[in-house]
Ligand binder design. Sequence first.
Ligand SMILES: [Zn+2]
Length: 274
Amino acid sequence: MVHARLSVIRTLLLHLVSLIVVSIVMGACAAPPTQQPAPAAEGAAVEWGYEGEIGPENWSTLSGNFATCGLGTEQSPIDLSEPAPSDEFGPLELNYAATPITVLNNGHTIELEYEPGSTLTFNGQTYELVQFHFHNPSEHTLTGEASPLEAHLVHRDNNGNLAVIGVFLMLGEANPFLAQFWDALPAAAGETEVEGEINVRDLLPEDLSYHTYTGSLTTPPCSEGVRWLVLRDTVTISQEQVDAFTAIYSGNARPVQPLNDRDLLTNADDVSLR
Ligand SMILES: [Zn+2]
């Protein structure tokens, strides 16, 4: 009996202590801001977009972490006109496995995460496929022309270096790879699970000839040192499929950036897109 009463008192005391702690914490939250650095300086949750004050022309001013978007000299995307034939790099070696289908709307694009274990080997370096996503219209252009959509397959090596495969989707037949999940694009930020698995190799053309250059992320913070591999061959997408994407994201493409001193090379015999 005594024990029971003691434990009741102990419980009450614990409740009292947690109430006091909660009020202190809540009080701190409600208190006026102190001289903490503004969150914008951290770059963690800086709002950016594709239009107006938060659009690409102003990315570099939105956060100290985005300075490269304005100061960088090796930025992406670029216009891919007149790549120079080169045998400096070998073919792309893809070792992609199927992955469960999780379709993410991340607030800037539609993205599908990839399970670990799928790799790209390029120029003796192996990168792991992390995710792929889409831009409307294409970010890279060919002699100034954009395609309705461009897919980016993002790979990372053990040292954090990025290699991105770009593929143009041209208006034509419905794309059977996209058809596997295109009905499930989340209209608002969030993700949708779709039954089954997909292998993004099925999105790519058979011929993996590519144009390559060193560039950057095409979104803030625009970090450089990204190996771009834009496929010369294209795949198709139907108008209905384009419409389904643009109903959610229309114009999520950064304008082309100056090539500056960079080499644009191709391992294709025929440099034109086909
Ligand atoms: Zn992208």
